[in-house]
Design a protein around this ligand. Sequence first.
Ligand code: TEU
Length: 543
Amino acid sequence: MNDFKDKVVYQIYPKSFMDSNGDGFGDLKGVTAKLDYLADLGVDYLWLTPFFSSPQRDNGYDVADYRAIDPRYGTMEDLEELIREADKRGIGLMLDMVFNHTSTEHAWFQRALAGEKKYQDYYIFKNGTPDNLPTNWVSKFGGPAWQYVPQLGKWYLHLFDVTQADLNWENPAVREEMADILRFWKAKGIKGFRFDVVNLISKPEVYEDDFAGDGRRFYTDGRNVHKYLKELVAAGGIDGMVTVGEMSSTSLENCIGYTAAGNHELSMCFNFHHLKVDYKNGDKWALMPADHLALKKLFQTWQEGMQAHDGWNALFWCNHDQPRAVSRFGSDTAYWKESAKMLATAIHFMRGTPYIYQGEELGMTNPHFTSIDQYRDVESLNYYNILRGEGKSEAETLDIIAQRSRDNGRTPMQWDASANAGFTTGTPWIGTADNYQTINAAAEMDDPDSVRSFYKTLVHLRKQHKVISEGKIEFLFPENADLLAYRRYGAPDGEELLVLCNLTAHEVPVTLPEGWAGTEKLLGNYTEMAAALRPYECTVLKK
Ligand code: TEU
C-alpha cells in the first residue's frame, strides 16, 4: 500500500475543464484532448468529479445512476477511450463515488416514493406529520435536513440538497449495492476512487434534536463507519488501489483509523480544518482574515499526528468546493506569482500525497463576480437568500458570496487568450475570470518562470528526492505566525530539506536553524538571496 506516496493527483471538474462540442459544458472528450498537457505536468492520477447520470442540481453530486454516463459529459465509449489514452501515458483514473446519498431521481428513490418497502429501506424515512420535523438538524446547504413526502406520510433525511436523499447504510442491501458499483468500475480499468463525504454514512441508532449544534455530532465519523469502510473495501475488491476519503468535520483520531496501513480502509483522507482558519466563529459565511497561527498549528497537529500513527494525509488547498487559494491565502494582485508558488511549496513538501486542482497550476484566481446572476452553485444561491433574509445588504451579501462561493473554483479552465479562455466555442455554463488573457496555460507552458513551470518542478522533485515521499517531518518556529517552516529528514539516503515560507506580504526576518547556513538552495520563488524573507518568499534548502 506504499505506492501512492510518491504520486501526485490532479483533480478535474469535467464540467469546467474542456468543452469538445461547443455546448458550453465540459466533457470527457475534452479531458482526453488535454491528456498531453497533463502528462507534461507529470501527474500520476486524475480524479474526475462525478459525470454519472444526474439532474445536475449539485453538478453531478446528485447521482441518478452510478453506472451510466450523463450524456452531457459523453458516452461510455468516450470514457473507455479516456481510460485507454490515459493508460498509454502512465496516468490512472480515479472516480468519485457519492455513496452517502443519491439523487431523488435515482430509480431506488423513485421506487421508494411509489411505495416499495424494499426501497424505502434504502433511505432514511421517518413516519410523521407535516408540522413535526423528526429532528432539528440543519442541511449543509442551508435549511432543514428533512423533507416531507405527503403521499407517504413520511420525512426523508437529506444532509445536503433536498434532491440528495441520504442512503441507509444500516441496510446490508445498500452496502452490497455500493460494493457492486466499485467492482463494475474496477473491471472497466479504473485505478482508484475518491469517496464523497464518506465519514457521514453511519447514522445514529436514535435520532434526536441537537441543542448545541446543527446535528453533525450525531452522524460525523459515526458509530459503524470504520466497519462499513472495511467491508466496502473488501467486498468491492479495492484494497491496494489508491483511495481517498473526503472527511467532513472529522478528527485526527478517526483519520488515523481511516488510513493507517494495516487497517484496510483508505489510502488517505482529505480534512478541511486548515480551510476554516478564515471562518469567523467557524461560520463559513462570516468573513475574517486567515489566522496564520491557527493554520500552522493545524498543519503541525495533523502532519505530526498522522506520522506518529502511520496515517497518511492528502495535501491540498484547492478543490471544486473552495475559493482559489491564491486569492484567499496569497495575493491575486501585486504578489500573484510569488504567492501562488509559495502556497504550492508549503504543501508539496509536507508528508502526504499532493492534489493539484485544475488551474491551480496556472495560479488561477477567484473571478470576483459582482452580481448574483453570475453564480450557479445551489449552496451559493441558497445562502444568498439566507443572508439577505437575515437583513444583510445586497453589497455585503455579494461581498461574502464573492469570497466564499464554491463557484470561485468552478470557472472555466484558462487554456489560452482566445474567447472564453479557449474552454468552449459556445457560451460557457459559468463565466470565466477576466484575467484569462494573461493567466492561461498557453502563456505559461514555455515560460520557465511561470507558476505552471514551478508546479512541474514540484512534481518532478517528488520523484527524485525520497525524503519528500518517505521522510519524516518536524515543524519549526511554532510561535512565529508569519513563517511556516518545517524540516524533512530520515530518508534512507540521509538527505534533509528545510522548507521556509513567508505567509505574508511583508518582510520576515529568519535565523536559520543550526547547521543550515550555507546549504544548497533546492528551490525558491526569488532568484537572488536576501537577509530576510521577502513578501510570500519560499525557500527550500537541502543538505
Ligand atoms: O462536499 C462536502 C462538503 O460538505 C463541503 O465541501 C461543502 O461543499 C461545504 O461544506 C459547504 O460549505 C462534497 C462535494 O465535494 C460537494 O461538491 C458536494 O456538493 C457535497 O459533497 C455533496 O455531495
